[in-house]
Ligand binder design. Structure first.
Ligand code: PEP
Length: 248
């Protein structure tokens, strides 16, 4: 995993107000944050501008989602161009809540991936199986199917991070074991080698998400194919600094 820079993203989901955000910014700016970790936080779109204006330069910002076009008659949507205009450099796409709460399909997520890359932003592309799929031994089928429709829309892999987030582990307190995460990451890297290229397989960061905490991050981070984390709940707390520093 050595030449892949460790990547930790904080997905705030639909949480925060100016007061609580000030608290998060305070602990992030105080750090200290491992300079060998690439750090990105993803506030609700309404706060992207505010957060960027207060954060130190070493922490990047990301939108949690965006529409597949840059502007127009799409009431209620946000665009990658707008996120970029307020300093964001990443967009999370295909998060399990977008897929399973809002019904986003592989096809729509693929279109969004293509659009965001064309706007010059990076993509944190999420994939992951549901509990019943894991129990039916369909984990790789699901993960590969989702990755395939993402990969078909990628022009520049250097701006893509893949986030493996088993749905059963998100927000549940139930983390994949380090071995379970490592196995899927390894299989996914093999899929990239066979379906994209050996170079992409070697260079692409595959991060893990699902109830990552200050308590479990260090052991997960010892795994060779775990190149970082996407963190939900714990990214709202000072514990996030410990997760950023998991390899330190
Ligand atoms: C997430 O939102 O991507 C996530 C992994 O959430 P949590 O860490 O709360 O499980």
């Amino acid at each position: 995993a050595n030449e892949r820079k460790f990547f930790v993203g904080g997905n705030w989901k639909l949480n925060g107000d100016r007061q609580s955000i000030d608290g998060i910014i305070q602990f992030l700016n105080a750090g200290p944050l491992d300079e060998n970790t690439e750090v990105v936080v993803s506030p609700p779109a309404i706060y992207l501008d505010y957060v960027k204006s207060k954060l130190g330069a070493s922490v990047a910002t990301s939108a949690q989602n965006c529409y597949k076009l840059s502007k127009g008659a799409f009431t209620g949507e946000n665009s990658a161009a707008m996120a970029k205009d307020v300093g964001a450099t990443w967009v999370i796409l295909g998060h399990s809540e977008r897929r399973h709460v809002f019904g986003e399909t592989d096809e729509l997520i693929g279109e969004k991936v293509k659009h965001v890359l064309s706007e010059g932003l990076g993509v944190i592309a999420c994939i992951g199986e549901k509990l019943e799929e894991r129990e039916a031994n369909q984990t790789n089928d699901v993960v590969f199917r989702q990755t395939k429709s993402i990969a078909a829309n990628i022009s520049d892999w250097s701006r893509v991070v893949l986030a493996y987030e088993p749905v059963w582990a998100i927000g549940t307190g139930k983390t994949a074991t380090p071995d379970q995460a490592q196995q899927v990451h390894k299989d996914l890297r093999e899929w990239l080698a066979q379906n994209v290229s050996a170079e992409v397989a070697k260079a692409c960061r595959i991060i893990y998400g699902g109830s990552v905490s200050a308590g479990n991050c260090r052991e997960l981070a010892t795994k060779g194919d775990v190149d970082g984390f996407l963190v939900g709940g714990a990214s709202l707390k000072p514990d996030f600094v410990q997760i950023i520093n998991a390899r330190k």
